[in-house]
Design a protein around this ligand. Structure first.
Ligand code: CUA
Length: 152
């Protein structure tokens, strides 16, 4: 009778050890994947086609959404073409480091952070070409980083 108890106990012990080995192996492995993801793709934006193919889309009768990517050293799309007398919301993200997004001569101005989407809404009036500038130091080409917003 004692033999059966010992046998059962050792089987349980083996199962317990297997269980903890498996748990030990899977636990850190899962954690590592989770930890390494933000460095590769901070906000999942690499899979977001609005930003892999930056563009302007009509989203309402007089409303437009402009998906813009800032990078060292420029903006996409360039130029950003938006219609006159409309409401335009810019969704801006960065592919690399922190940039600025300032529509020269207007109060449209935001910081652009990798993995995050900055949002600013503007009202356009008459056709005009605006300069787009980066006002956050972002590296050697910061001073030449510029784009255009064309209201047509
Ligand atoms: Cu981008 Cu300065």
């Amino acid at each position: 009778a004692y033999e059966k108890i010992w046998l059962a106990a050792s089987v349980l012990l083996i199962l317990f050890l297997l269980g903890s080995v498996t748990y030990g192996a899977v636990g850190p492995g899962v954690a590592m994947v989770t930890d390494s993801e933000p460095a590769i793709d901070p906000g999942g934006l690499d899979d977001d086609d609005r930003f892999t193919e930056p563009r302007v889309e009509q989203v309402g009768e007089n409303e437009y959404a402009a998906y813009v990517v800032a990078y060292q050293f420029g903006f996409q799309p360039d130029p950003i073409v938006v219609p006159e007398n409309s409401t335009v919301t810019f969704y801006v993200t960065s592919r690399d480091v922190i940039h600025g997004f300032e529509v020269a001569g207007t109060n449209a101005n935001t910081m652009v952070v990798p993995g995050e989407v900055s949002e600013i809404t503007v009202e356009t009036d008459e056709p005009q070409e605006y300069g787009l500038i980066c006002n956050e130091y972002c590296g050697a080409g910061h001073h030449v980083m510029e784009g255009k917003v064309n209201v047509v």
